[in-house]
Design a protein around this ligand. Structure first.
Ligand SMILES: Cc1cc2nc3c(=O)[nH]c(=O)nc-3n(C[C@H](O)[C@H](O)[C@H](O)COP(=O)(O)O)c2cc1C
Length: 169
């Protein structure tokens, strides 16, 4: 039965995707996990992504104006825990440390991620400064790839779930 819950459940109780955001600076690719990411318009393909401003990846996006949004599949879950205290500021090759394979992109220097259902090369359109420590980035997708063999996962209440077969409408 539907019941009122504490307001701090609102964020985690609404399902989210899980993504790997890739960037590249001075020839060095980097990646970070993210669940604050969402497609908002189909044409042009616009996305929003909430990024912690302390992240090395955020500094890179500010410098280069580009990133790739890659959906996570079961092939990437093993890296969540290992990623938690890692930053591209200190690591020479986070892809190697986390066992994730980069693939070349077409229009941006940031790499695609192998075994993602979808990868979208993006350019930064605008940054919204709403909450201290978190930037809301508006991004335009400029190239898209998909691999149907690696369905995405979603997150609910801090856990990861595989996408199941579609329901009949
Ligand atoms: C499951 C998970 C979800 C995360 N979601 C976000 C997110 O939405 N936005 C964000 O900026 N950081 C998020 N983080 C934290 C970054 O991935 C983390 O700070 C990362 O180490 C930053 O790396 P960098 O300094 O190399 O950019 C998440 C981490 C995990 C494990």
């Amino acid at each position: 039965m539907l019941q009122e819950a504490a307001l701090d459940r609102a964020y985690r109780a609404t399902p989210q995707g899980l993504y790997l955001i890739t960037t590249s600076r001075d020839g060095k690719p980097n990646l970070q996990f993210a669940f604050r990411s969402l497609g908002v318009i189909q044409t042009p393909p616009y996305f929003v992504f909430g990024q912690q401003t302390g992240n090395y990846s955020y500094e890179t996006v500010k410098l280069t104006g580009e990133l790739v949004i890659n959906t996570c599949s079961q092939a990437h879950i093993h890296a969540i825990r290992a990623s938690q205290n890692l930053t591209g500021r200190d690591e020479e090759d986070k892809f190697a440390v986390l066992g994730i394979t980069p693939l070349p992109a077409k229009l941006v220097k940031a790499p695609l991620v192998k075994d993602s259902y979808a990868s979208v090369e993006c350019r930064l359109v605008k940054e919204l400064d709403v909450v201290k420590g978190l930037a809301i980035l508006l991004l335009e997708g400029i190239a898209c790839y998909y691999d149907p063999e690696h369905p995405p996962i979603f997150r609910l209440d801090g856990k990861n779930y595989p996408m199941m077969d579609p329901l009949p409408e």
